[in-house]
Design a protein around this ligand. Structure first.
Ligand code: CTP
Length: 420
């Protein structure tokens, strides 16, 4: 099988230097890479460096007639298996969302008929700006994979989400996107990916929900819970390590996206339910999120003010959809459906009742009597109709890996779902 071909578009930004390492990693994984540098990108990395590392010509200018003779821009945009934009600046994302084609990079992005993956990098305010939020939502609904930036200290001295993910994480997302386009066909020449025997979930689609939900009361207040998201993120990471294509629907938590995981951030239970529905079909769904049971019955458009009377404003609640129970009844019910439960007492009894009530296949019952939410370890019991499998207290990563082994054994008995 021919090596996978990546067209890498490098936007301008201090993070562009990481594209050099990305090219090296993609090449090492057996892919061919063709680089396109935007004019701003050229201020940070040189075509010469990229040409040497990619062992390919680097393209910078739409009006380079010689290239139009050698290879037209339409052809350049379509000969790749995947177009990767890294770093994707706020400007590039905006142009992509609006369909603007005013230089070589944006023209290729508009002309391509291949899947596109964007790895954003920008200042935290720019990332959180409503315009960028809108553009990212538009791109995602257009089918572009926009991975979440990392959170941390920025070159500009501010702190927050907006850092370009590490090249290794982008490479993993590239591998996941290629696996999605190729169905269950393994990537060619990938010496630094784990062998198939270590990737027991290869060719499987897994959905993980994680973190709390925030239910707005008014523009400044919300109902929340103490879920840290750590166990759900560890499960998504372990699923990707095991070779699965992983979609993580995450409530608001400041955790980095695990390598190889496609993450969609949501705030409310209703948004989470919609993203879960959009992710189907999947081979297994692992519902780790601590979804708020109730939301404010009517969210106020304006901040609720004290009126000085000492009267407390009424807060009417409405019940949120039970995403897990809904999934269990759906026509697209995942073949393996796993719920989580946090219990302080009568752990097994409550879990058994919950298993029946929710209609799922397993409940991972988390005994939180000794360790509050947000800790680093969990003591869990896997409760199913076949009985109870109780594990020792383990670090959350170890729980996640052990759970993946159990899921892989279970899925081995079933053929993969057809996601087309
Ligand atoms: N869940 C869900 N949608 C909800 C509520 C919960 O999908 N609206 C899922 C969670 O992701 C988890 C399981 O259901 O997998 C937890 O069920 P829940 O009834 O919320 O359990 P507890 O929070 O332990 O609640 P209780 O104390 O009421 O038993």
């Amino acid at each position: 099988m021919a090596a996978k071909r990546i067209l890498l578009i490098i936007g301008g930004g201090i993070a562009a230097y990481k594209s050099i390492e990305l090219v090296r990693l993609l090449r090492k994984a057996g892919m061919t890479v063709r680089c396109v540098l935007t004019r701003a990108g050229e201020q940070f990395v040189t075509p010469l460096t990229l040409a040497a590392l990619s062992e390919n010509k680097v393209y910078t200018n739409l009006f380079d007639l010689k290239d139009e003779v050698e290879m037209g821009h339409i052809e350049l945009s379509r000969e790749a298996d995947l177009v990767v934009v890294a770093p994707a600046t706020a400007d590039l994302l905006a142009k992509m969302a609006a369909g603007i084609a005013d230089d070589l990079a944006t023209t290729l992005l508009l002309a391509t008929d291949k899947p596109v993956l964007a790895a954003p990098a920008m200042n935290v305010r720019m990332w959180l700006h409503p315009a960028t939020r809108r553009n990212v939502a538009t791109l995602r609904s257009d089918g572009v994979t926009v991975i979440e930036p990392d959170e941390g200290e920025m070159a500009c001295g501010e702190y927050g989400p907006g850092r370009l993910p590490e090249p290794e994480a982008i490479k993993q997302a590239v591998a996941a996107a290629l696996a999605r386009t190729a169905g269950a066909v393994p990537l060619s020449g990938q010496p630094d990916f784990a062998p198939a025997s270590h990737r027991p979930l290869y060719g499987r689609r897994l959905l993980v929900t994680a973190g709390p939900t925030h239910e707005p009361i008014d523009p400044v207040r919300y109902i929340a819970n103490r879920s840290s998201g750590k166990q759900g993120f560890a499960i998504a990471a372990a699923a990707a390590e095991a070779g699965a294509e992983v979609l993580l629907v995450a409530g608001p938590v400041p955790l980095p996206t695990p390598p190889g995981v496609v993450r969609v951030d949501v705030e409310t239970a209703i948004q989470m339910a919609a993203e879960v529905e959009a992710a189907l079909p999947v081979d297994a769904a692992i519902m780790v999120a601590a979804v708020a049971d109730w939301r404010a019955a009517d969210t106020r458009a304006q901040k609720i003010k004290k009126d000085g009377s000492g009267d407390v404003p009424p807060l009417a609640l409405a019940e949120n959809p039970d995403i897990l129970a809904g999934l269990a009844k759906s026509a697209k019910r995942p073949p393996l459906l796993i719920g989580f439960a946090a219990e302080t007492h009568d752990v097994i009894d409550h879990a058994q009742a919950k298993l029946a009530r929710k209609g799922c296949d397993w409940i991972v019952a988390n005994d939180v009597s000794a360790d509050p939410m947000g800790g680093e370890t969990n003591r869990v019991h896997i409760v199913s109709k076949d009985g109870v499998d109780s594990w020792d207290r383990l670090p959350k990563q170890a729980v996640a890996r052990k759970l993946m082994e159990k899921i892989a054994d279970e899925l081995d008995l079933r053929s993969p779902v057809d996601s087309n």
